[in-house]
Design a protein around this ligand. Structure first.
Ligand code: AMP
Ligand code: ZN
Length: 113
């Protein structure tokens, strides 16, 4: 198993886990871009958004709702937070295991860079 986030989900590589269940793991980004920068990932390997099928709809819903729950627990629900799913090179995806970025604690520009 060579995928970095598969190894983090399996506990083979240390990370700062903030949530874990059978299907979803969330951990702090190693290079945070905001006071809160959490990555929410499926335990099962899925490389990019392009690889999703209808069977993954519930899983992706869990990932998004988990990100919202973590932001809410940190007190960012009302003021707001940024969620990002990068897909492939032009979006800057560097780890090819789907991950939802959940960032909070500062204001974010739009459009993104
Ligand atoms: P992306 O550019 O959307 O593929 O995001 C990959 C993210 O993974 C970046 O924000 C990295 O800082 C983060 N990252 C890389 N390695 C690790 C790691 N070992 N633990 C936590 N986050 C990581
Ligand atoms: Zn993986």
């Amino acid at each position: 198993m060579s995928c970095l986030f598969c190894r983090i989900a399996a506990g083979e590589i240390p990370s700062s886990i903030v949530y874990k269940d059978d299907r979803v793991v969330a951990f702090n980004d190693i290079n945070p871009q905001a006071p809160m920068h959490v990555l929410v990932v499926p335990v099962r390997h899925i490389s990019t958004l392009n690889d999703l099928s209808t069977e993954d709809d519930a899983l992706m819903g869990e990932i998004v709702r988990r990100g919202a729950a973590i932001a809410g627990e940190r007190g960012y629900g009302e003021g707001g937070y940024r969620t990002v799913l990068n897909c492939n090179a032009d979006a800057g995806q560097t780890v090819f295991h789907i991950h939802l970025h959940v960032l909070g604690g500062r204001s974010f520009a739009w459009p993104p860079g």
